[in-house]
Design a protein around this ligand. Structure first.
Ligand SMILES: NC(=O)c1ccc[n+]([C@@H]2O[C@H](COP(=O)([O-])OP(=O)(O)OC[C@H]3O[C@@H](n4cnc5c(N)ncnc54)[C@H](OP(=O)(O)O)[C@@H]3O)[C@@H](O)[C@H]2O)c1
Length: 213
């Protein structure tokens, strides 16, 4: 299998990449710098085009849209700026869409292509404890994009799953997180394996439970 994972320089993305490589798969990991192997700032259409050109005619079997930022953690309502909104939506929403758009031709070359979008439980409209407005809105939008891509791409046999990776101990999740990157990645990889055109559009947790919208 040939997989592309955005945001693979650290955290959940790096663990997913390492595990897939250990299983013998070819993985292209990306980040804003070169630390994950390939430079791809997901918000930059020029870098998206260059990255896609680098892949050439090689089919992409699995695309994991994992790159993300959480810039408004603990931010008071009064502190929000247009820049915080722009950067949050840029990476977590536009970045997901641009990545799928750029790599769709490579996914179309694969036998059973899959797209996994790493959203969050914070995408849920039911669960609304307040705060983190930009992050919550961005993850809700990523979920929405995934659900609609699932509809559009089903006739082509491309499956799309949306996932909550757990509250994970990473730079983003912090030390108090519920689970380790190892637990999260193992669960997510099992979920990606189960994903098919029959289950396309699912919003599941890392441990296989359907998440409330
Ligand atoms: N940790 C949690 O508890 C938790 C919970 C729910 C959802 N999630 C989601 O899971 C995903 C991974 O989270 P994590 O905890 O592993 O985060 P992390 O440790 O902060 O890592 C984030 C990754 O995203 C990359 N990234 C950020 N902005 C980017 C951009 N514009 N272009 C390309 N890469 C970019 C970073 O790479 P560079 O900085 O090197 O560019 C890094 O590799 C995110 O989408 C996050 O929202 C996490």
């Amino acid at each position: 299998m040939h997989a592309v994972i955005t945001g693979a320089s650290r955290g959940i993305g790096r663990e997913l990449a390492e595990r897939l490589r250990e299983q013998g798969h070819e993985v292209r990991g990306t980040a804003r710098g070169h630390s994950a192997g390939h430079r791809l700032d997901v918000t930059d259409p020029g870098q998206q085009a260059r990255f896609a050109a680098e892949i050439g005619e090689r089919p992409v079997d699995l695309l994991v849209c994992n790159a993300g930022v959480y810039l408004d953690k603990g931010m008071a309502l009064e502190e929000y700026t247009a820049e915080i909104w722009g950067q949050s939506l840029g990476a977590n929403v536009t970045g997901v869409f641009l990545t799928v758009q750029a790599l769709l031709p490579k996914l179309r070359l694969a036998q059973e292509p899959k797209i996994a979008i790493i959203s969050s439980q914070m995408a849920s409209h039911h669960r609304a404890p307040g705060g983190s407005y930009a992050y919550r809105a961005s993850k809700a939008a990523a979920l929405n994009i995934g659900r609609n891509l699932a509809t559009d791409l089903k006739p082509e046999g491309i499956a799309v799953g949306i996932y909550h990776p757990g509250w994970v101990r990473t730079d983003m999740g912090g030390e108090e997180g519920d689970i380790s990157v190892e637990e999260s990645a193992a669960g997510l990889l099992a979920e990606f394996e189960k994903l098919s055109v029959e289950t396309t559009g699912c919003f599941n947790t890392w441990d296989g439970r359907p998440h409330q919208y």
